[in-house]
Design a protein around this ligand. Structure first.
Ligand code: GLA
Length: 387
């Protein structure tokens, strides 16, 4: 049996404002001047498609990261996390930082590059988005930090400018990520998933079906991921870009299903598998958005399982515990009509499970006990409530 690490989960749906301000006062012996927040997300389908100009279908979660802050009149910033107990003292002018504080420093750097006069701060970060769970906690940190600086300076960014600035900040921190996570954190609408075209950056909002129709769970396995510490994400992105150059297209978005087989002879096997994943995933994502809009849980579930198989077999970013959960779901799918897949970058993290809302409690019980008895793997299934 492997231990489950979902550090930082607060009770379901917890709203944190009051406490965050009090904790700030306690930590810094003064009142905060700004409170900023941003949600985490779960991606229902469409992974490793965003940096290929493709489609994604994320849902902002009712789990968020908050920063209480005040400008500091000394030459350094103090940045604390109540979740991990980390405390950093650094100058936001130094262009770098340690631990989670480096994301705040990177956002400050990008704002200064726009000509903003960014103050040093006292800041307290509090979050119920678990770190390393693939739920976009670092994007939430960057977006909340950008909002904090907006409030402290009285200046503002358009939501799209903010998303792009936060993407650049993440790149500075070592992850060449796409735009999905920070776009969701800056453009989410309550109760809606979002079909995002990552080329045009147009979002179509898809209202979530009634709770009786569809239930979503976040599947927690024991494996955490650390994107910025691994070259695996960057290496997948490089393979995709190399393949696009060889195929003479701007991005893999431009490869059609019809062109896919003829691409095989021009590419290495690794490149071809990446292309096949992206091309088929884009198609699945568009179909899944239709199914979600229509409340067709059976089709959504089937597409999710196919997506996982593609991320496992072709893109090779899944991990054994999640593969085992999806295999269980697959074996029982005809009876139960539900689906599951990994979500986000992979290499550990979380999955998402979709099922009919009216049988959600039973399915949760069945999957958890099957996982424990057949896989020897303690998994967690937490309801994924929309933002
Ligand atoms: C991470 C990145 C996103 C996206 C996903 C995979 O979450 O930050 O841009 O590429 O992985 O879909």
């Amino acid at each position: 049996m492997v231990g489950v690490r979902m550090d930082g989960w607060a009770p379901e749906g917890a709203r944190m404002h009051g406490n965050t301000l009090q904790l700030f006062r306690h930590a810094f012996h003064r009142d905060a001047a700004a409170l900023a927040s941003a949600p985490g997300r779960i991606n229902l389908i469409g992974d490793h498609t965003d940096y290929n100009d493709g489609f994604v279908l994320p849902l902002a979660l009712n789990r968020q990261l908050e920063i209480a802050a005040a400008s500091s009149d000394i030459a350094s910033s103090r940045i604390h996390s109540t979740n991990t107990g980390e405390r950093y003292t650094l100058s936001l002018r130094s262009e770098s930082g340690e631990g989670f504080a480096r994301y705040v420093a990177a956002v400050a750097y990008e704002l200064r590059a726009l000509g903003w006069d960014v103050p040093e701060v006292d800041a307290l970060v509090r979050s119920d988005i678990p770190v390393g769970a693939g739920l976009a906690s670092s994007a939430a940190l960057c977006v909340a930090a950008a909002t904090m600086f907006e409030k402290l300076t009285g200046r503002s960014l358009l939501p799209l400018e903010k998303a792009k600035l936060c993407q650049r900040a993440e790149h500075r921190c070592g992850t060449p990520c796409g735009i999905m996570d920070m776009f969701v954190a800056t453009h989410a609408r309550p109760g809606c998933a979002m079909l995002l075209d990552c080329r045009s950056l147009e979002a179509r909002y898809v209202p979530m079906p009634a709770k009786q129709t569809l239930a979503l769970f976040i599947v927690g396995t024991s494996a955490q991921h650390a994107l910025a510490d691994e070259g695996a994400y960057a290496s997948r992105r490089r393979l995709c870009e190399q393949a696009a150059v060889k195929l003479g297209v701007n991005a893999l978005r431009d490869v059609t299903t019809a062109k896919l087989e003829s691409a095989r002879s021009l590419l290495t096997d690794d490149e071809f598998r990446c292309v096949r994943h992206v091309v088929t995933e884009n198609d699945r994502t568009l179909r899944a958005a239709e199914a979600l809009g229509a409340g067709d849980v059976a089709t959504l579930g089937r597409l999710m399982v196919e997506s996982h198989e593609s991320l496992r077999g072709d893109f090779r970013v899944s991990w054994p515990a999640m593969d085992a959960v999806v295999a269980l779901v697959r074996a029982n799918q005809p009876d139960l009509g539900y689906g599951a897949r990994m979500t986000g970058a992979g290499f550990g993290g979380s999955g998402v499970l979709a099922c009919r809302g009216d049988v959600a409690a039973d399915i949760r019980q069945i999957v958890m006990s099957l996982a424990a008895s057949r896989l020897g793997e303690a998994i967690t299934l937490e309801r994924a409530e929309p933002f």
